[in-house]
Design a protein around this ligand. Sequence first.
Ligand SMILES: [Zn+2]
Length: 527
Amino acid sequence: MLQMSGNRVAKEPVFLPLSWRAVFASLGLLLLIEGCAVNPVTGSNELTFVSEAEEIQIGRKNYLPAQQSQGGQYRVDQDLTAYVSAVGWQLARVSDRPNLPYEFVILNSSVPNAWAMPGGKIVINRGLLLELDNEAELAAVIAHEIVHAAARHGAKGIERGLLLQAGVAGIGIAVPNSSVVGLLSNTGAQLINQQYGRGQELESDYYGMLYMSRAGYDTSAAISLQEKFVKLSKGRKQSWLEGMFASHPPSEERVQANRERTKQFPIGGKIGRDEYQRATSRIRKSKEAYKSYDKGQEALKEKRFSAASKFANRAIAIEPDEALFSALKGDILAAQNKNRAALDQYKKAIQQNSHFFAFYLQQGTAQYALGLQQQARGSLEKSNSLLPTPPAHYFLGELDLKEGKRDSAVKHYRAASVSKSEMGSKAAKQLARLELPDEPGRYIASRAGWDSAGRVIVQFQNRSQVKVQVTSVLVQLTRNGRVLGEETLPLNIVLSAGKTGRLVTGLEVKQGESERLVSRVVAAKVL
Ligand SMILES: [Zn+2]
């Protein structure tokens, strides 16, 4: 038995300073920019520590990657984007923060959804546009999102999130790259997936209707829209639950509140049914094409290649300009190892839409499989510049390794290894293979103690995802930080991924009150 009294667990010096730096960075942030401010929309006083400049920076930084991660922009019908953006600006101009750098884009996703990031960065999905009937309903959606941005709902989420992060750091978990921007840059997904509170939803409806009215829209569209959402939410359709309703839960309460609120505005105003129907005619006509595309994706997953091809071709027959459909044909070919033919399809996809990371990633993966190393590198780097992904980092790591660029390979593997995906775990294994010989303590934790007979025992934990052999450990006896004696022990312990093991060393210590044992793995190899 290990007697733990009088003994301290040795911690690797690598981890401790990092976690403390994280705490200090967070505290510094709180002390520096905490302040009291008046909410620009509601006029109420609130504690803020994300300034307007930071709001704008957060939005700018996260807007494009978030778009990419959700299908990228819909680019087949640029007139539709111009139309949505024009409606957005009519509302933004009359909002309480007309000077934010608003942007309004359509995402190429069939999931009905819309979201806003701090600084006025707003998206509406193709799938939601298909559910709306007129321009006033579109205005109701956008005005609501404008309020989320203008009233700092997302920024408040970050403020709460930051406190949470500081708390996490405080209990000793190292947050990598824990500068202010480092912490905030991870907020992209949280920003768009965050569930707004009931109060914030009501607030967004309330002021959204005010902006609608100021812009000349019929505010009753906000009621009909909310009624539609309540009805749809009862159907519990997955795409809605994952999309719009995840972040903006509809309710009878909101319908009632909108009904009350509309009494404060002049009756009438623009509905814009014809304009809206005209503007959305292409996406309505191509709705079946995207359905066919989804079925093609399903068929591909199940390796029903000829069925998948038929669905892809049907989609292309309805909407020949959509790059996703060309890329699907490429994926079907690549899955059958027909990488040359797949490349033709990816090339076509990129000609149709050169702004979406996935086409470059797929192209790069096929080029890699064909041994076209320089081309693969170019495609993968382009893909990562649009949206960093584990597979792009993994294959770039492999290319670097082949070219003897060890340090760069390590960086790519490390970036990919954060992910829980299959590629992430492959990258983690490569990383361990590269780093373990030089930094065994990073992958194999150890601690030393003594039992009641004074025998020194060392415990090991293999934190890596690979099987390792520990061949040498350093054990030190210290008092008040001073080393009284040390031994480097040769040994031979084999540990599978994640496993622990212990060693009775043959060393003995006389138990002293103020003495501590410290141990560190100094040599190990990957098996
Ligand atoms: Zn909302």
